[in-house]
Each structure stands twice: as C-alpha cells, then as structure tokens.
Write a protein that binds this ligand. Sequence first.
Ligand SMILES: O=C(O)CCC(=O)C(=O)O
Length: 382
Amino acid sequence: MSPALVLEVQTNRKEEEQVESHEYHEGVKQLCDRGLAKVPRKYILPASERPFISIKDGATNLKLPVIDLAQMQGPDRIHTLKSLSKACEEYGFFQLINHGIASESVLNMIQAARKFFELPFEERSKYMSKDQSAPVRYGTSFNQNKDSVFCWRDFLKLSCHPLSDVLPSWPSSPAELRQAVVNYSKETKSLYLILVKAILESLGLVETAKNIDENDSCDHLKEFEDGSQLIVANCYPSCPEPDLTLGMPPHSDYGFLTLLLPDEEVKGLQIQHEGKWVTVEPIPNSFVVNVGDHLEIFSNGRYRSVLHRVLVNPFKSRISIASLHSLPFNSMIRPSPKLINDANPGRYMDTDFASFIEYMASHEHKNKSFLESRRLTRQGHA
Ligand SMILES: O=C(O)CCC(=O)C(=O)O
C-alpha cells in the first residue's frame, strides 16, 4: 500500500469506527460478537510488521521434527535423545507423538476452554485482572496494558501450582472447567517431567538410566517437580482483514518448555526458521513442544527459544491451549554449572521470575527482548 493509500484507509476507518477505547480492553470476541466488517485501527500493525500471507499456502508450510515418546521410553532411547537434541538446537520446536495422554482429557480441556469463551461477556469479565501474577486472568492482546497495537487474541490464564491453593480462584463456569483443567494440568505436568529428564540426559547432565523407570536422585529433577505451571487458553476469532494484524506478535516463551495443543483444524502457528516465517502443520493427536527462554539460559545457549507468532484467518475462529512450565517461582534460572567452563563461559545473567514479571509489566513485549536483556557481553564476563 502506498503511504497516500494508508492515510486514506486510516481516515476512512476513523470516520467509520464507533469503537470506544475501553471496548478494546473487553476483548476481540466481544468486538466481533457486535459485528465487525473491518479491523479497527487499534489492531492494524505498521506495514513492516504485517504478516505476508503467501497465495500458494503450501510454499511456507513446515513439518517440525517428530519425537516419538513411545520410542524414547524403549530400547531406542539413545537414538531418540539425539533427535531430540538436534530438534532443540536447530528448530527450538518439535512435535511429540505417542505422548500417552488420553484423548478424552485433551478433548475435555479444549471443550471447556471453548465453552468459557462462549460465555456472556459479563461472566468472562469477572476474571479480568491487571495483576500479571494473579492465579486467574482473562484478558486480550499480548500485554494489553502496554501494547500500542493490539493483537487479535483473547486469553484465559490459569496458574496451576500448587493446585489446592489456586483451584478456588478458577472460573466456576462452565461447570466442567475446573475438573477438566485439573486432569489436564496433572497429565501435562507428568509428561513435562518425562521430557525434562530426557532433556537433561541429552545435555549430558543425567546419565542415561539402564532402567528408565528407576527413580533418579538428580537434584535438578526434584526442583522441576515443584516447578511452576501456567495453562493458557487462547481464542483467536475469525478476522475480516487477516493481513493487517496478528493473533500473537513474534515472541519467545519465557519458561523452560511449553506443551502446546494447536487447533488441529485451523492452522495459524508460525515459527521463524532459517530467517523465514513458516507455518507449522499440526499432526493429529500430538503436542507441539518448544524450548523457552529459561531452557536457553539453562543450556547456556545450546538449545534455542525460537520466535513464533500466530496468524488469523477470515473463515474460522481458532482455539489453542498452551501449558507453560518452569522452575519454582523463587528459583534462580542460570546456566547449568556443569555446562560452563573456561572455554565455554556463562552467557546469561541469573534470572528469577520476579524480574521477568517486572520486565513484562514495564515493557511492550517485542521479539526476544527479555532474553536479550539477560545476555552477558563477552567484554563484561568472558
Ligand atoms: O496459538 C498458538 O498456536 C500459539 C500460542 C503461543 O504462542 C503462546 O501461547 O505462547
């Protein structure tokens, strides 16, 4: 679009738009339910940040490396751990198949989230909070208190640890939500711990056990068991002009690992791979797993937390469920001492959740800015 045309479009929108600024904070779903033929200006990205949607959809699709959990738990473990390591180094992402979580638990979780977003706004809005550390938070965009341009997403964030403390704060409607999230959070936590053990082995921090069911006395694992977990249900309503906005801007996840259930029917997740945005093709009954900033720090940069973003589309709304896991809130995240030495010095500052939350509350989130703020310069610390 030429600058003159952009100005004309914006002027026309100004005249047509009847949306009050507080209404944006009520969420995209609420705006769409009132009927929208155009994307309001609040959601229009600067031209350089808009997604390029290829006409030949297939051209930018990507099949992520596939890790088979059943294989990893069997005699082929060493080989599978090599593939895991390669995926974390080269992509920062993989798809996990044969993960062992019952499909009923997954479907109940998706169904409960869908029903929550379909509740009347008055019911959903009870859970709106500006407090980034609240155990339950319904909201919109990425960080609605800081974002200058909003993104096309509403969310429900549920803190899951310790369950007995947080459960009473979770939404009481729809009636099945609490039980669905309890089951799902317990199952994803167990799966996460299996993956953490594999990751520690792949980094050479835990010896590959002869009997993989054997209890490991590794201190790291005990800390992970008591770690934080946040379940985020994302709702991306269909969008009349998807090339002007994004469901989520380019970001990396702050935790150790994220287990994502993408919408199997509606594509939208893109990752940055070899300098290009590529669309992930979901495999049915699998999780998309990605390395978070804390694992990048812990592995001293060997495993990469990779930028990803979400496209929206004009036809169908999309739901995804992310389960974000890390160490306990009061732990320090630092490169594992066993992975640093004179030849390979620590590359990141020690980080805790308090500084992350403080950073998120005071900055507009851009790309990997939090991780970059923790990176040590060679001059200061080599
Ligand atoms: O909806 C998706 O596919 C991705 C969600 C995501 O990136 C996130 O929750 O951090």
